[in-house]
Write a protein that binds this ligand. Structure first.
Ligand SMILES: Cc1cc2nc3c(=O)[nH]c(=O)nc-3n(C[C@H](O)[C@H](O)[C@H](O)COP(=O)(O)OP(=O)(O)OC[C@H]3O[C@@H](n4cnc5c(N)ncnc54)[C@H](O)[C@@H]3O)c2cc1C
Length: 371
């Protein structure tokens, strides 16, 4: 892409996976830009439910409906970018390639997008390790260790010349008028990429803010380095998005395994619930008995849960930044600036990040060319 004409600095608001991937693609498109990333949270911070990127599983397991061409394109583009990166650098940036087994209770069909993954296979549900499975497939996918991948993205944006500032932005107008913010980047910005996750609800119109809500997710992280395959059980219909109940076992290249989960709409409770954690441990053992430590594999169910409890590293809760109608990736204007919206990714921000970042930058570049 040819250098793009802009006046003043360009702000990327948010340093989750969406803001950082957007900043990478922006600076790759035009290295001459003066890009400043502003955020309350940065990758090396302690875990916080309001910083979804650090709490996520995170696996690449699309739930894009067969008819949702936009989400399918974002998800597959992201899979291919991550898969290529893994082929180049292996697990050094936090990526792990694995066989993913997806099981359904009640359904007899899978999402078409899974057939686009390498090594897609239909499996006999009678061979599932848990009862009542009616449909089962496997394919090659990948998982991401968020702390490692976010750190690698931060290093990439710094190397590309972005400046990072810890700052709370109370409104878009403040980016052009607040003396404290202006002192960080000199002149009023010409453009802002709004990648603030759930925080966007304080920065957009009231009607748009009403479409944004948290979908609480609770997980249990165990240390089980023997696990090198991923498993998921879906009970009930996805309903074109993230419906039904999902149990997942997500190994990471670090040897940690994320067990989950929950999908609790509009629940702002930021701490783990003990009864939920127990339920997650039991469900995880049902779909994947190998998660039990090897010495406990022949034990009874109660003892296996106790053995699993003994390898718990932490409990965590995060708020997926959900939006009625799905993610908002769009060009607009506000407070005298060009605004590119890139937020509201719900439970799919990791698996769609690169596709969304590329669309956001393309929208911005097309808007610049018209000036
Ligand atoms: C339990 C759980 C499991 C998940 N599993 C998966 C998975 O397996 N696969 C997947 O694809 N996705 C998963 N997700 C979803 C994924 O984590 C999110 O979609 C993604 O992290 C959203 O990224 P983001 O950058 O938009 O938001 P965030 O990571 O929340 O980052 C928001 C950024 O904006 C900043 N910010 C917000 N408001 C302001 C403000 N006013 N001023 C300054 N800074 C501000 C914050 O400080 C932060 O830096 C999961 C989420 C949870 C909670």
């Amino acid at each position: 892409m040819a250098p793009t004409r802009t006046n003043g600095p360009v702000i990327v608001l948010g340093a989750g996976v969406i803001g950082l991937t957007t900043a990478v693609r922006l600076l790759e498109a035009d290295p001459s830009l003066d890009v400043h990333i502003l955020a309350d949270h940065f990758p090396s911070d302690t875990l916080d439910a309001n910083y979804a990127s650090t709490i996520a599983g995170a696996h690449h397991l699309s739930f894009a409906d067969d008819g949702d061409a936009r989400q399918r394109r974002w998800d597959m583009r992201t899979f291919n970018v991550l898969y290529d990166e893994w082929k180049r650098v292996g697990e050094t940036s936090g990526l792990m390639v694995l066989t993913q087994t997806e099981m359904w209770e009640g359904a007899t069909a899978h999402l078409a997008i899974y057939e686009e993954h390498p090594d897609f296979r239909m499996l006999d549900p009678a061979t599932a390790q848990c009862a009542d499975i009616s449909h089962m497939v496997s394919f090659t996918s990948l998982t991401i260790a968020p702390a490692l991948y976010l750190a690698s993205l931060e290093a990439r944006v710094r190397a590309l010349g972005a400046k990072l500032h810890r700052a709370h932005v109370p409104s878009l107008v403040a980016l052009r008028t607040d003396p404290g913010l202006l002192a960080l980047y000199g002149n009023p910005p010409s453009s802002v990429f709004l990648c603030a996750g759930l925080g966007a609800r304080h920065l957009v119109s009231p009607s748009e803010a009403a479409a944004l809500f948290p979908t609480r997710g609770q997980v249990v992280v165990v240390r089980a380095p023997w696990m090198r395959s991923g498993y998921t059980r879906q009970v009930g219909a996805l309903g074109g998005g993230e419906g039904g109940t999902r149990t997942y076992v997500i190994p990471r290249c670090t040897g940690e395994v994320v067990l989950g989960g929950t999908m609790e709409k509009r629940d702002w409770t930021p701490y783990p619930r003990e009864e939920t954690a127990e339920d997650i441990l039991q469900r995880a053992l049902q779909i994947c008995p190998d998660i039990a430590p090897p010495y406990a594999r022949t034990w009874g169910e109660g003892e296996q849960v106790a053995a699993l409890r003994s390898i718990v590293v932490r409990h965590a809760v995060g708020f997926r930044p959900s939006r009625d109608g799905g993610a908002r990736v769009a060009l607009g204007s506000a407070a005298g600036m060009r605004v590119v919206y890139n937020y509201g990714h719900g439970g799919a921000g990791w698996q769609s990040c690169w596709g969304c970042a590329e669309d956001a930058v393309a929208l911005w570049a097309a808007g610049s060319a018209r000036l």
